[in-house]
Ligand binder design. Structure first.
Ligand code: ZN
Ligand code: ZN
Length: 363
């Protein structure tokens, strides 16, 4: 019987349970999980801070494993048939309808009201739909991608990879730009790598703690500043000094702290771009001066919600490339592995920022 690690209800400890093996519908599959992950979102899921989440919940939204059983046919986006034994990953977003107003008119499929997310808005009652488990049930129409790299390289990016890819795309990072990344968690680290790939001249990073800032430098940040040992004025001065006193061309906020949003605006040059990607859960309000921080600065401030198949697909291609994957290979040394029955410890270590990336290895 498959084992799952379950959050029974908000603010209760994770429990390991045994559940029945699912009946496979036509054109669905069972995935044997090799690696799943514990990200900041999972910490908030355990604290019940995300709306629309059905408990009991098996978290783990980005995972990799081998196809154990297929019923019917499973095709990838290129029309190639997948076989039992293949190593794959899959887009955690399911059922984006391509029929609603958001999908078709706004062309903003990450705001589609029909979409469901494995490990977040699919609960245990929806089946084996989370990665903190021996097996995941890949429902019909799940977007599956064959993985041609080792699972650790892919999971070094994990869910942060498509999120950060979407963020640098929203920021329209251009060749020669100076990019400022606020935060030094997984999304921030991936944003540093991808901003450089898009042609940024340099990337500056403000975050904490120091071991995460060291990782930021290792993947290419040319300057780092610990926000805990500086106040807002000192941070601004640090940025201005490095940008001919103008501010960053593009700032990507990936912190989770509401205050950082106004700071992102202040640290950006006039007529620059700001992308807000670090407020995935509701941490409350922040205030800013609409005249000084926004209107007069002629700023372009953009929210960035979730990711779609294009971000996921392109992320997988990049980490599967022998040369382009180099930054994620470096990150493999900062991966920490936990078994299913160690999920509570993993959550604690992620919440306290002791580890950069926690992986669940059920096997
Ligand atoms: Zn995540
Ligand atoms: Zn839709």
């Amino acid at each position: 019987m498959p084992r799952v690690a379950v959050i029974p209800e908000p603010n209760s400890a994770v429990e390991v349970r045994e559940v029945a093996e699912p009946q496979l519908e036509l054109n669905s599959a069972l995935l044997e999980v090799e690696l799943s992950e514990v990200c900041g979102t999972d910490v908030y899921l355990q604290q019940g801070r995300l709306e629309g989440v059905p408990y009991p919940l098996v978290p783990g939204h980005v995972s990799v494993g081998r196809l154990k059983k297929i019923r019917g046919r499973l095709l990838d986006i290129d029309g190639r048939e997948l076989s039992e034994g293949d190593r794959v990953t899959f887009l955690d977003v399911h059922r984006t309808c391509n029929a609603c107003w958001y999908c078709l008119v706004a062309k903003a499929s990450t705001r589609c009201p029909q979409r469901k997310v494995y490990g977040i808005t699919y609960g245990l009652d929806d089946g084996l739909c989370g990665g903190w488990a021996d097996q995941i049930y890949l429902k019909p129409a799940t977007r599956v991608i064959r993985l041609d790299c080792d699972p650790e390289t892919f999971m070094a990016g994990g869910c942060a990879l498509p999120t950060a890819l979407h963020a640098v795309e929203r920021g329209e990072v251009a060749i020669g730009d100076t990019v400022l990344v606020l935060g030094s968690g997984p999304v921030a680290i991936n944003a540093i790598i991808l901003a450089l790939m898009r042609g940024a001249l340099r990337v500056l990073c403000i975050g904490a703690p120091d071991h995460r800032l060291e990782t930021a430098s290792e993947v290419g940040a040319s300057g780092v500043l610990n926000f805990q040992s500086s106040d807002e004025g000192e941070r601004l001065e640090w940025i201005l000094k490095r940008t001919n006193r103008r501010g960053a061309d593009v700032t990507i906020e990936a912190t989770g702290a509401p205050d950082a949003v106004a700071q992102a605006m202040r640290f950006t040059r006039d007529a620059g771009r700001v992308v807000i990607v670090g407020q995935y859960t509701d941490h409350g309000e922040a205030s800013f001066n609409p005249h000084l921080d926004l209107n007069k600065k002629h700023l372009d401030v953009r929210g960035c919600w979730g990711s779609d198949f294009s971000h996921f697909y392109r992320g997988v291609q990049i980490v599967s490339d022998p040369i382009r994957s180099a930054p994620w290979k470096k990150l493999q040394t900062s991966l920490s592995r936990y078994r299913l029955n160690e999920a509570n410890q993993a959550l604690e270590d992620v919440a306290s920022r002791q580890v950069l990336k926690a992986l669940i290895a059920p096997g």
